[in-house]
Design a protein around this ligand. Structure first.
Ligand code: KG4
Length: 341
């Protein structure tokens, strides 16, 4: 039996988790900094690293107590080392170094994006590799070729805004609270389109052929702005939200279809904060039936947003294959993947 500690501090969530054998959650604590960042409608790096520093030791103590473990029971300490805000990553990294130094426990340095995908291992047996990893979050709209633990390559990326960023920016112009995703989703859910009603927003990247797979949401953002200007007296917030989602998610399913066609890989794992969206989940399920592939995504919404459990989970598999690092390991804001397409 192996116990692993997971430390996540890459952005605006401070989180600690303890996981047994990579698949059983023993304890998960998440402190969300949303209230500190919302006056600025975005993450302020200096505020983020200070908040991590203030909270992380308490979360660790509470989590260890809940698990009923002592530090010497831990087999590894997994910590997010990239990508993320460097000042924030350093808080988690220092904690991992400290535990490692004092108790002689090996450190596993984890890729945050890979951890988002591997977290499905806490809810089910992991499907065999290779996977197409679809990451839709505040910082990413990307599809990865995931061939094995530690072996992730980018297949398709965004040209501009990520999907989560687009949700957050559009919700800002609609005067919805930050972060906008869940609020915009609620508005969209309350809209009932009339029969045959046209979508006021154009199809995204319609000029791209079957071979070109990429994301871009800045055009949709601009289309929303123009539509809003034209309807300034009584902005139809629910209608805009509904068609924003419809248009944005159509690009996601189209890109998955193309990626399957291009690679022949029929195992799709989707993850990231935007996967908390119910309509997106429904659209992916429909696409799965249409294009016939195996689809996996975190069932629990807490596994969609940043959390330490995903770090501890991926950390287990990396630890098993002896991918451990020394105390001098580095943190980085970069994704560091090779661009293959
Ligand atoms: O993965 P994540 O927690 O962290 C970052 O990448 O920072 O993703 C956060 C993003 C935000 O942009 C937020 O608006 C979006 O996920 N999000 C959603 C929903 N819940 C969170 N977007 C659409 N629908 C939701 N229900």
């Amino acid at each position: 039996m192996a116990y692993g500690l997971g430390i996540e501090s890459s952005c605006d969530e401070t989180s600690i988790a303890i996981v047994r054998d990579g698949k059983e959650l023993i304890s998960l604590k998440v402190y969300s900094q949303i209230d500190s960042h919302s006056p600025y409608r975005g993450v302020v790096p200096e505020i983020a690293s200070r908040a991590h520093l203030e909270k992380i030791n308490t979360l660790l103590a509470v989590s260890m107590e809940e698990a009923g473990l002592s530090y010497s029971d831990l087999d590894y300490v997994a910590v997010t080392s990239y990508p993320g805000l460097v000042g924030s990553l350093m808080i988690g990294a220092q904690l991992a170094r400290c535990i490692s130094l004092v108790f002689g426990i090996p450190i596993v340095a984890v890729n945050h994006l890979e951890a988002h995908l591997a977290v499905i291992g806490l809810e089910r047996e992991l499907p065999p590799f290779p996977w197409l990893g679809v990451l839709l979050s505040g910082g990413n709209s990307s599809i990865y070729l995931y061939r094995g633990f530690g072996d992730l390559q980018i297949l398709a990326d965004t040209q501009d805004d990520s999907l989560g960023e687009a949700f957050d920016k559009v919700s800002a112009v609609l005067n919805l609270p930050y972060p906008g995703g869940p609020y915009l989703e609620a508005k969209a859910d309350s809209y009932q389109p009339t029969n045959g009603e046209p979508n006021p927003f154009p199809k995204l990247l319609k000029e791209d052929g079957e071979d070109r797979i990429r994301f871009s949401y800045s055009g949709l953002k601009t289309a929303v702005l123009y539509f809003l200007k034209a309807n300034a007296t009584e902005p139809p917030v629910e209608k805009i939200s509904y068609y924003f989602q419809k248009t944005a998610f159509e690009l996601v399913t189209r890109n998955i279809r193309k990626a399957i066609q291009k690679t022949g890989i029929r195992t799709v794992v989707a993850a990231g904060g935007v996967l908390a969206n119910g309509t997106l989940r429904e659209n992916l399920e429909k696409e799965k039936e249409r294009s016939r592939f195996d689809l996996f995504y975190p069932g629990k919404k807490i596994y969609c947003t940043d959390n330490g459990a995903m770090v501890a989970c991926l950390g287990y598999y990396l630890w098993k294959q002896k991918s451990v690092v020394g105390l001098d390991f580095k943190v980085s804001p970069k994704r560091n993947f090779e661009q293959i397409i």
